[in-house]
Design a protein around this ligand. Structure first.
Ligand SMILES: Cc1cc2nc3c(=O)[nH]c(=O)nc-3n(C[C@H](O)[C@H](O)[C@H](O)COP(=O)(O)O)c2cc1C
Length: 225
């Protein structure tokens, strides 16, 4: 409860509450299918997706929230039969933009102009730079870049869920081609790269009692002095 209360402003956020949340979270294997995320919690979770940073601010991503139980059932067998797909309260599929085209750049520039009340002409330099760096870039480079951006949003979602004491599972254990087919993405320019299940751990999920396996801090963090 303390972390949840902290978010609501009842308690100050401390180093300890953040540390506790980081240790409390784990990649949940088995969800309690009877427990659902509240609307208030979901609002904060989806804000963590839409407020995530991206290179140039371009947001080459989309997030599909699969509410339809039949679609979830179809996705499960192409996800190594992982039960999180059907049993978690929420199931988010992360899509990345396969190619960066002039239309997408223009859409972004229009949005900048709208949000910041800026004349479009004032954004010409920015737009041209995006066209040079993204639209004219090698396709493979953009594909990888786009996917990387998407994982930043995933990280934001996972961390926010932990702070709210909501369980989550980052997932790559599925067939992305089958996902694209089931979700009708073929030819859309958007492709599946990863997913996150969200909800509440089942009491029987043995993994919650296992110690985290991490390399030592000395192994992972180096200070260049
Ligand atoms: C990108 C990514 C993909 C993952 N795919 C799966 C998956 O398909 N199924 C699963 O149960 N766990 C998956 N995991 C969870 C990892 O196995 C887990 O995060 C790791 O073992 C560390 O454990 P912890 O998250 O419980 O601390 C994935 C994690 C990441 C970051």
């Amino acid at each position: 409860m303390p972390v949840f209360d902290t978010i609501k402003g009842a308690l100050p956020m401390t180093h300890k509450t953040i540390q506790d949340a980081l240790e409390w979270r784990y990649a949940t294997k088995k969800y309690d299918a009877t427990k659902k995320i509240s609307d208030a919690d979901w609002t904060t979770l989806r804000n963590s997706l839409t407020l995530a940073p991206s290179s140039y601010g371009v947001q080459p991503w989309k997030f599909l929230v699969i509410e339809n139980p039949d679609v979830r059932k179809q996705l499960k067998p192409v996800s190594w039969n992982q039960t999180q797909v059907t049993d978690a309260s929420h199931y988010v599929v992360f899509l990345y933009k396969e190619k960066m085209d002039a239309d997408f750049v223009q859409k972004f520039i229009n949005r900048v102009a709208e949000v910041r009340s800026a004349p479009l002409e004032a954004l010409d330099g920015y737009k041209n730079m995006l066209v040079e760096n993204l639209v004219k870039a090698q396709e493979e480079k953009i594909r990888v870049w786009s996917q990387r951006q998407t994982y930043i949003a995933m990280g934001f979602l996972l961390q926010t869920a932990a702070l709210l004491k909501i369980d989550a599972t980052p997932m790559e254990g599925f067939d992305p081609v089958a996902y694209d087919k089931i979700l009708g993405l073929e030819g859309s320019g958007w492709k599946t790269v990863a997913t996150v299940a969200l909800g509440y751990r089942h009491q029987e999920d043995a993994l919650q009692n296992q110690k985290k396996v991490r390399f030592t801090e000395d192994d992972l963090i180096q200070y260049i002095k």
